[in-house]
Design a protein around this ligand. Structure first.
Ligand SMILES: Cc1cc2nc3c(=O)[nH]c(=O)nc-3n(C[C@H](O)[C@H](O)[C@H](O)COP(=O)(O)OP(=O)(O)OC[C@H]3O[C@@H](n4cnc5c(N)ncnc54)[C@H](O)[C@@H]3O)c2cc1C
Length: 587
């Protein structure tokens, strides 16, 4: 439905086509026609749990929808889709029934809510935010400002993070759910808009309060639990951001293929140059790694919410890292065309700018590493040296992408994972479990088994390194080597996700990702990210991925794990040579 309404991206007459997207970006305005479409499909209702009358049943479906928006315009996805979710998860996690009802009604009516956490003075340091809420007059009085808040100028309600105690520490802040209409007009003012280098259409502005009075029951949950609520509820949005960013990377990669097929040099298409094929295939492999990690992360939020803190931080840390590097790699494929801000390939420079913030907004890469770091010693001791093979029962549904999920239990999200880590613990188990099938999957050397061996050596070393981590090495002042442990851990989580997702497809004869070369590609990239190999794809593997990439481009299918059809083509893309080999067309 959404894809149909968004229409053909390269149609110059499409009001939500890429030329219109670029023009809106140049004006630093939201894509108005795109926003109308999102209103038409009732996007905000998808953020409201079904139990409150909304359409949120599975986070997987919601993230796919938001990804589809980003596949057209990341500014539309992050500027018009994400902020309702960011605000909503706090209320669904800790709000009173009355607050949940009020926000659900507001969103179901298609109105806007802003999520106001960060202050310019304090960045990611949520425990030091200054905007204060002090008890008084039977309620609370607000004083202070928030500067860079998406859509604050047009929001009807705000989830506001405020200091409720002058004491330092983690119990000094609370969230408030406010509607704009209940604030006394003279008690607040809007602050000017901020212009940004990327996501230019996002409406970032601020709000300042002066003794602004709000009723006592506007506090969300118990006063003092604001940081805890954020740490729990934002696990959902920490997975959502990279899951959405995959849509932007998909568009960029599609654009790279389009350019490489249309541009002729040395008497042939640029796409026929082995180096270019390899660059495109490598970016495709990185996109698939990011999708395996976020898809499994999404399913974990439903199935193993008590492990959400680690997997969500790993998703928010590693996936943007891979996607941003991948889209930068594409900029070298496009050469000077990448630098142009208009014309048929002008969208790539926008995507490079738009993807960059996914590494630092909401929670920076370093903040996510810092969520992981203090948990690593316990994980190493408790989870990474499993005494026995885990019961595979609860795991299978975790890796079966697209299978039905139970409703997400917001209340079951916990601040830490308490030493539970089924994903990394399942890595050694996977090698034994799939060894025979790995060996059988093709003749020749068993490359995946070799790569799994490399990853298991990495796990053994990481286990020793983390078990010996001193407490003074797990906080913000930790040395870079300690932060590197969090990176290595995220890589192993991704490897386990990839391996099990692959194994789930083995009985699907048509699946592209059941082939040994698929697994070799993603594990090669991950052993590279761990610093144990160069990460360079073997020639035949790059060829296999490139063929699939070409096929999906021609068939107009998404480049993520689902490979789902987009829309019937109205306008043919640049001339399309026939694919050179047949690989399975998936699902
Ligand atoms: C497009 C856009 C939309 C936004 N929308 C919203 C919104 O709707 N609501 C909202 O509340 N905010 C929003 N923000 C604000 C955003 O979330 C901030 O960027 C965020 O607070 C991070 O602050 P900072 O980037 O200034 O980083 P800082 O925290 O100031 O970081 C500065 C440097 O310190 C490093 N650093 C930070 N923490 C650590 C650590 N623990 N360990 C090691 N190094 C560290 C960082 O890596 C970085 O190099 C938005 C921002 C943008 C760009």
């Amino acid at each position: 439905m959404l894809e149909h309404l968004l229409g053909e991206p390269w149609d110059p007459h499409n009001p939500v086509g890429l030329l219109a997207v670029l023009a809106a970006d140049e004006r630093a305005e939201p894509l108005a026609a795109g926003e109308r479409i999102l209103d038409e499909i009732g996007l905000r209702a998808h953020v409201v749990p079904a139990t409150l009358g909304g359409r949120l049943t599975g986070l997987d479906h919601l993230f796919q929808l938001l990804r589809a928006v980003c596949r057209r315009d990341p500014a539309l996805g992050f500027g018009y889709g994400l902020n309702s979710l960011m605000a909503g998860v706090n209320i669904w996690t800790s709000g009173s029934p009355g607050q949940q009802r009020a926000l659900a009604d507001l969103l179901l009516a298609g109105r806007q809510v802003a999520c106001a956490y960060h202050e310019l003075d304090h960045g990611n340091d949520l425990a030091r935010m200054d905007l204060s809420a002090t008890p008084g007059g039977g309620g609370w009085q607000l004083n202070g400002r928030k500067e860079m808040i998406t859509n604050i100028a047009r929001a009807d309600a705000i989830v506001l993070y405020a200091r409720t105690s002058t004491q330092p520490g983690s119990r000094s802040h609370s969230q408030f759910y406010l509607t704009r209409s209940e604030l006394e007009r003279h008690s607040y003012r809007m602050l000017p808009r901020y212009r940004t280098a990327g996501l230019r259409g996002v409406q970032l502005a601020g709000i300042e309060f002066f003794d602004s009075r709000v009723p006592a029951d506007r506090v969300v949950g118990r006063a003092g639990l604001g940081l805890e609520t954020a740490m729990r509820s934002f696990q959902i949005t920490r997975v959502a951001v990279p899951a959405m960013a995959i849509g932007a990377a998909d568009l960029a990669l599609r654009e790279g293929v389009r350019y490489a097929r249309g541009r002729r040099l040395y008497g042939r298409a640029v796409a026929d140059l082995p180096l270019v094929r390899s660059e495109l295939a490598t970016t495709f492999a990185d996109l698939l790694v990011a999708d395996c990690l976020t898809a499994v992360g999404t399913r974990m939020l439903h199935l193993r919410p008590h492990e959400g803190s680690t997997v969500a931080a790993a998703c928010k840390y590693l996936a943007p890292h891979l996607l941003i590097a991948g889209v930068r790699r594409l900029s070298s494929v496009l050469g000077s065309q990448f630098y142009l801000r208009s014309g048929e390939h002008g969208v790539l420079q926008k995507l490079v700018r738009d993807l960059q913030p996914t590494a630092f907004v909401h929670a920076s890469a370093a903040t996510c590493q810092l969520t992981l770091l203090p948990q690593l010693p316990l994980l190493a001791r408790r989870a990474w040296r499993p005494a026995s093979e885990p019961d595979p029962g609860p795991f299978s549904n975790l890796f079966r992408i697209g299978a039905a999920l139970p409703p997400v239990d917001f209340g079951a999200l916990t601040v830490g994972s308490a030493g539970a880590d089924s994903l990394v613990a399942a890595l050694p188990w996977a090698r034994d479990r799939y060894h025979e099938r790995l060996a059988r999957s093709r003749g020749g050397p068993n490359r995946p088994a070799e790569l799994i061996g490399v990853l298991l050596a990495e796990l053994a070393e990481l286990t020793d390194d983390c078990a010996g981590l001193r407490p003074n090495q797990t906080g913000a002042t930790a040395m870079p080597a300690a932060y590197r442990l969090a990176h290595r851990y995220a890589v192993l989580l991704a490897a386990s996700a990839c391996l099990h997702v692959w194994a789930e497809q083995l009985d699907d004869a048509a699946a592209f990702d059941r082939d040994e070369r698929w697994l070799t590609a993603v594990l090669t990239r991950l052993t590279g990210a761990a610093g144990r190999t160069t990460g360079a794809l073997p020639e035949d593997v790059a060829g296999y991925l490139f063929e699939e990439l070409t096929r999906r481009y021609e068939e107009d299918r998404t480049l993520d794990l689902l490979g789902a059809p987009l829309r019937p083509r109205a306008v043919a893309p640049a001339s399309c040579p026939a694919p050179t080999a047949a690989a399975g067309v998936r699902r």
